[in-house]
Design a protein around this ligand. Structure first.
Ligand code: PLP
Ligand code: COI
Length: 359
C-alpha cells in the first residue's frame, strides 16, 4: 500500500526549522507531514496518504477516548555523515506493533505497509532529519480506535498514523547517570495483562509511580513483578542491564510482563559480539542491592530507543539510597553505547543488517 503525499503543508520556514533542529529537545516539535491510513471492518486498510501535520477530527464518542484501545511504536532515523538517512531495525518495530495490536484487539498493519508509511513520511520531511551529535528524527507510529460507539467491544474503525519529531537527548542532563526510584506500591504489569504490548494504557498506569519518582528527586521509576514484588522488571520507558565483575551481562528475562525492547535485543547481540557472556534471567531486587554493595555488579544501565544507553547512578527507595559507581558511565556501558551509536550513525560496520536506507 503506498502513501502518496496529498495537500500542501503550511511548511515551517527554513530559518525556524534550523532553530528547532539546533536544540530539538525530545517530543516537542513535529515535522510538516504525517502518514495516515484508515481501517474499517470488512474493507480493511484504505485511504493511505502522507498529509499535512495537524489535529485529528475525532468524534467525542471515539472508542480510544473511553476504552484506550491504542498501541504505538517508537523508532529513530539517523543522518549519516554522507547525508543519507537510515532507520534502525524498522521490521522489528513493525513486528512489535503487530503483536501489540493483536493483544489490544486492533487490526494488524502489514510489515510492508508499515515500512511504506515510515519511508514516505521520512522522504517528505527529509529536511527535518537533524545532523550532528546524537540527534535523530524520532518516529511515533500509532493506531487508535476511532469508531464512535460506547459499547465495549473491539472497534470497527481504526486509524494508523506516523508522526515525526526531531530529537536531541531524552534526558536533559545528557549522558550523565540517571537516578531510579523503586516503586514498591505500584506495579506495571501482571501475567496475562498487557505488559509486553506497547499500549498507551501501560504508560497511563505508570504515571503515578513516575510522579512519585520525581517527588523523590529521581529521573525514572523501576517496577518489580506484580506477583512477588521481588523481581526487577523494567523502568517506565526503558529496559535494564546489569554488568557483573566477571564480564557477564544480565538482563531480566521476558516473561510476558516486560516490553520486548529492540534496543535490549540489539545489546544482547552486540555484547556477545564484544565477547561478553550474556544471560536473560530473573534478577531480584536483593541481588541488585547486594551485587552493587559487594562489587559483584559493577555497572547498571538502562536502554531504549529514546534514551539509547544510559548509566544508572543510584537506586532510591523507602529503604534508602544505593549509589552506583563513581558518577560517570562505566567502561562496559560506555563501550556498548558507543558501539550501538556507531552502527546507527554509520560509523561502524553493520554485521547484523540492522540499518535500512530511506533517503
Ligand atoms: N520498556 C518500556 C516500558 C518502553 O517504553 C521502552 C521504549 O520503547 C523500552 C522498554 C525500550 O524499548 P525499545 O528499545 O524498543 O525502544
Ligand atoms: C521509546 O524509547 O521509544 C519510548 O517509547 C519511551 C518513551 C518515550 C515512551
Amino acid at each position: 500500500m503506498s502513501f502518496p503525499v496529498q495537500g500542501s503543508a503550511a511548511v515551517v520556514s527554513p530559518e525556524r526549522r534550523a532553530e528547532i533542529l539546533a536544540a530539538p529537545g525530545f517530543g516537542k516539535h513535529f515535522t510538516d507531514h504525517m502518514a495516515i491510513a484508515t481501517w474499517t471492518k470488512g474493507a480493511g486498510w484504505h485511504d493511505a496518504a502522507v498529509v499535512p501535520y495537524g489535529p485529528l477530527q475525532l468524534d467525542p464518542a471515539a472508542a480510544v477516548l473511553h476504552y484506550a484501545q491504542e498501541v504505538f511504536e517508537g523508532m529513530k532515523v539517523y543522518r549519516h555523515a554522507d547525508g543519507s538517512v537510515w532507520s534502525f531495525r524498522p521490521e522489528a518495530n513493525a513486528a512489535r506493533l503487530a503483536r501489540s495490536a493483536r493483544r489490544l484487539a486492533l487490526p494488524e498493519v502489514p510489515e510492508q505497509m508499515f515500512l511504506e508509511a515510515v519511508t514516505s513520511l521520512v522522504r517528505a520531511d527529509e529536511a527535518w532529519v537533524p545532523s550532528g551529535g546524537e540527534s535523530s528524527l524520532y518516529l511515533r507510529p500509532f493506531m487508535v480506535a476511532t469508531e464512535a460507539f460506547l459499547g465495549v467491544r473491539s472497534a470497527h474503525e481504526v486509524k494508523f498514523l506516523v508522526i515525526a519529531s526531531p530529537a536531541g537527548s531524552y534526558f536533559t542532563g545528557g549522558v550523565k547517570p540517571v537516578s531510579i526510584w523503586l516503586s514498591q506500591d505500584y506495579t506495571r504489569a501482571a501475567f496475562g495483562g498487557t505488559g509486553s504490548a506497547k499500549c498507551g494504557g501501560n504508560y497511563a498506569a505508570s504515571l503515578a509511580a513516575q510522579d512519585e519518582a520525581h517527588e523523590h528527586g529521581c529521573d525514572q521509576v523501576c517496577f518489580l513483578d506484580a506477583t512477588e514484588r521481588r523481581y526487577v522488571e523494567e523502568l517506565g520507558g526503558m529496559n535494564l542491564f546489569f554488568v557483573h565483575d566477571d564480564g557477564t551481562i544480565v538482563t531480566p528475562e521476558l516473561t510476558g510482563t516486560i516490553l520486548e525492547g529492540i534496543t535490549r535485543a540489539s545489546i544482547l547481540e552486540l555484547a556477545e559480539d564484544l565477547g561478553h557472556e550474556v544471560s536473560e534471567r530473573r534478577v531480584s531486587i536483593d541481588e541488585w542491592r547486594e551485587g552493587v554493595a559487594s562489587g559483584r555488579i559493577t555497572e547498571v544501565f538502562a536502554c531504549g530507543t529514546a534514551a539509547v544507553v544510559t548509566p544508572v547512578g543510584k537506586l532510591v527507595s523507602r529503604d534508602g539510597e544505593l549509589v552506583h559507581g563513581t558518577g560517570g558511565p562505566g567502561e562496559v556501558t560506555a563501550t556498548i553505547r558507543r558501539q550501538l551509536l556507531d552502527v546507527q550513525y554509520g560509523r561502524a560496520q553493520d554485521p547484523h543488517g540492522w540499518m535500512t536506507r530511506l533517503v
